[in-house]
Write a new protein. Sequence first.
Length: 154
Amino acid sequence: MIRRFFYGPFLGGRAASGLLALRVIAGLGLIAHGYPKIQKPFSWMGPDAPVPGFLQFLGAFSEFFGGLALIGGLLTPLAALGIIATMLFAAFLAHGNDPFVASGPGPSKEPALSYFLVALTLFLTGPGTFSLDNILFGKKRTAVSPNDQAAVVR
C-alpha cells in the first residue's frame, strides 16, 4: 500500500524526458547549494544560529543527497519530501522577511520556492520511466503517457 502511494504509474514518452531534465537541473542546483553546507553539517549557519545543529544537518543532508537522488531518480518521493520540508523552512523562516524576488543583489524567497515547486512536482508525478525508481519499483507496472492518465484505474 505504501509503495502504491509513493509510486503510481511511471510517466513515459515526452513527459519522461521532461522529468529527467527537471530532475537533473534541479539536482545539480541542490548539490551546489548543499555542498558547502555538508562540509559543516551541524554548524553551517554559524555559531549564533537560531536553529539547532540537528536541523542544520537535516537541511544540508536533504539538499546535497536529495539533489543526488533526484539526478538518478532514486527514492524520488522520499528525496522530494525532504527537499519540500527544507525549502519551506528556507522560504518562510530563513528568508521570512526577504522579498519574493530581490530588486537587486540580495536574498529572496524565489530560489527556495522554486526548488519547493520542483520537489512538489516530482513528488506528485513521480520520476518518470528514465529513473532508477522505475528500474527498481516499476517492473510490474506499465509506463503511462500523460494522455493515458485518465484511463488509469486508481
